[in-house]
Design a protein around this ligand. Sequence first.
Ligand code: BES
Ligand code: MG
Ligand code: ZN
Length: 491
Amino acid sequence: MKLAIQSERHSEILMEVIPVFEGGKVLHVCNSCAARVQRFIKFGRFNASLGSTYKFTKEKDLGLIKEEIYVGLGKEEEITSERIRKAIAKAIREVKKLNVEKATVRFIDLDNISTEEVVKAITEGVVFADYEFNKYKEVKEDKVCLNEVRIASVAEEKVAAAEKALEEAKVIIDSTIAARNLVNEPANVLIPEELAKRAEDMGKEYGFQVEVMHKEQIEALGMEAYLAVARGSVNEPKLIVMRYFGDEANKENITGLVGKGLTFDTGGYSLKPADYMLHMKNDMGGAAAVIGAMAAISKNKVKANVVAVVAACENVISGGSYKPGDIIGSMGGKHIEIINTDAEGRLTLADAVYYAVEKEEVTRIVDVATLTGAALIALGDTTTAVITNNDEFYSKLQKAAEACGEKVWQLPAFEEYKELIKSSVADLKNTGGRYAGTITAGLFIGEFVKNTPWLHLDIAGTAWADADKDYLTKGGTGGSVRTLYYLVKNN
Ligand code: BES
Ligand code: MG
Ligand code: ZN
């Protein structure tokens, strides 16, 4: 989609989105439309509550029709950039129903939120809500695609800042959409080899280096836990390592981003029930998040050094699959008793984080994983659960998440929880029982990061949307791409 900034309010575009605060305050008032909004409110057509919309059609000269969508921003004193994102998403869903190719969205000029943030919120709301994954629909629905949106009425003195923000926003948006596309791609297409190929293509397009290691190389590294999970599939594992060095003067500071890359998770011999298995193509949502973040970081030339690692494989059943009761090794040397083959993600991640710390010498590390159903039970599908060994690092994550409207919440990591994953026959066992499932899963991974400052993001709830909601569309959300981007950008 083409996105642009314009200072004029009027243009040849006959579809305009007009944001309105509760009570009827329209920013950049033109007298006639302020009075009109007051009439809509007076006659009960529209109350400007957050995300409410009202369509108004008027005939222009020459028989042209101009349509206006009024969208509520809610109470002025409660406005946030996330609320702008949500409101604009609602408006865009209305715009789409009207089969137009172009629209303008009137800029929201605020004292307490910067031009930069508003531009990002509006454009993200627009593109994220407009998104559809329809590449496998041979017969496209008979409708026009929205292909150009302009932010209109930007004050002259703010145009430069708005345009600069737009350039950054476009890259962040593209990278997030790329992550959604990866998650939405079905598992018969997106096998580990294909995920590696997509990462390579994105590396060329956005400007980061990609190295793909094959089974023999993974064996040589001694990644026994990762290989135990991968063993059941005819589709071989691929270890994907992505590198971007944008801060040459600080070469010793490297952020590691490790994404869970299960291209499908059947549960293995601890087989998932059919309903739970249905959406397990999303079990590479963490990989999609770190690949998307690498794209945004490198294309926007962020001053930082980042190495991302994805241990891609699939968890399926065959005569070669690992089994409950097996005792397996790991790259870090610890032995692991397998209690449940469906707790596979932490095994692949144990080796992936160890590899990042040991071989890539990352100085702080974030792992991102659709790791536990328990995260959904605890926090629902709006909030990412976090475990850390470093509160200062967590507060940086909080700031990064706040900057983009994504939500994170820290769970405790008291040492008592570690008792739950001790095994009587090996160093660790791969599940800690029914209690505190998200915490014990995270702490398991933490056993392999040595003393490196570490954040574990359990995105089982936030990587996938069951239905269209606000600016998310059913399927992959592209969640965490933006949080990781701001975490790396703002240190
Ligand atoms: N990939 C799943 C977790 C998951 C669940 C992701 C729902 C997205 C939505 C993970 O591999 C898994 O199966 N976890 C088990 C762990 C259990 C066996 C300790 C779970 O959560 O049930
Ligand atoms: Mg599983
Ligand atoms: Zn899984």
